[in-house]
Design a protein. Structure first.
Length: 334
């Protein structure tokens, strides 16, 4: 005898995002992460009943149907129980549905805390606050890893999904560093005098020796200022690359935890491309296409961009540019 729950999650009729309601996708993920043996005992589906549902409120509507089969492959099913809950807007409400209404046992006690941090991190990331999102993802991962180090719980907390989100948060942080980097480079470029201007100053100093000390003093002062600006550029560029390295590490680990997830492989390819690991990036794009052929058009274009960039880098290196100078130039230019 096999008893299962089919759970259907319908989006709220109202625009509840501004009211602090978590999205229906997070409701689905909460059911999967909180339920014991998710995918066998509990199956969760997105639904659309907007014409039928007239309930007012800010949350989503959830329908739960309990069925009984003689075995997993038996097509004959008997409905034992069914109910509907409206205004489901949080992980805590999902937990109450599972424990109080569905009366399922052995619910992972760490899951609610982990999922709340994860979902709050998603909200901060969507609001353009990557640092706050990263802090929340760190908390979620700490809980997930602490939980997985103990008994073998089923299901596992969504460590792979959290890593993918944290990777995207680090990419957003890197993008912010890159914007500041471009501003600093432009500021330095505007401050450094043209070659013709320097020639005129040196000619003036040679022609009028009495002016030479003040001219050289001004050039020395400007030089110190330029050096300070360049140090700021190097620091910001290091911060940019540091964020990219974290993004790449998270995305690569996510492919190990979610080997069948094409989005994880595509994300890893993007991170590696940003780090100028272009050949490795294309390998990850290739794997993503194998898992999801619908991504081929987009990823083929990115692989072609990788190939062209690699050719340019090879030519530039052959021309004598150092690796550091080339990397900085490419990162500023984008």
């Amino acid at each position: 005898m096999c008893t299962t729950w089919d759970v259907y999650v319908c989006d709220s009729l109202t625009k509840s995002k501004e009211r602090g309601v978590i999205p229906s996708s997070s409701i689905i993920e909460a059911f999967l992460s909180l339920s014991p043996a998710a995918g066998e005992v509990v199956r969760v589906y997105p639904a659309n009943w907007k014409k039928q549902i007239k309930a007012k409120g800010r949350g989503h509507t959830v329908r739960c149907v309990q069925r009984k089969r003689n075995n997993k492959n038996d097509s004959d099913q008997v409905t034992l129980d069914a109910f509907e809950v409206t205004n489901v807007d949080s992980v805590d409400k999902v937990y109450r549905i599972i424990t109080e209404h569905m009366k399922l046992q052995n619910i992972n006690p760490k899951a609610c805390e982990c999922l709340n941090c994860y979902i709050q991190g998603n909200e901060r990331l969507e609001e353009g606050q990557p640092s706050q999102a990263i802090n929340l993802y760190n908390q979620a991962l700490s809980i997930a890893r602490e939980d997985s180090s103990g008994e073998d719980r089923q299901p596992r907390l969504p460590e792979g999904s959290i890593l993918m989100r944290r990777s995207r948060a680090y990419l957003k942080r890197a993008a912010n560093h890159r914007k500041l980097l471009q501003i600093l480079v432009k500021d330095l470029a505007d401050a450094v005098p043209e070659v013709t201007t320097l020639k005129i100053l040196y000619q003036t100093a040679s022609t009028h020796p009495s002016l030479a000390p003040s001219i050289y003093a001004r050039l020395a002062q400007d030089s110190k200022l330029h050096q300070s600006k360049f140090r700021s550029i190097r620091y910001r560029h290091d911060m940019y690359e540091f964020a990219l390295l974290h993004a790449a590490q998270d995305s690569l680990q996510a492919t190990q935890l979610l080997p069948s997830n094409s989005a994880a492989w595509s994300l890893a390819g993007q991170c590696l491309a940003d780090l100028r690991k272009l050949n490795e990036s294309s390998q990850y794009f290739q794997k993503a296409m194998e898992l999801d052929p619908s991504m081929e058009k987009t990823l083929r274009g990115m692989m072609e961009k990788n190939r062209a960039s690699q050719e340019f880098i090879d030519v530039a290196r052959g021309g004598g540019l150092s690796a550091d100078t080339l990397r900085l130039a490419l990162d500023v230019a984008g």
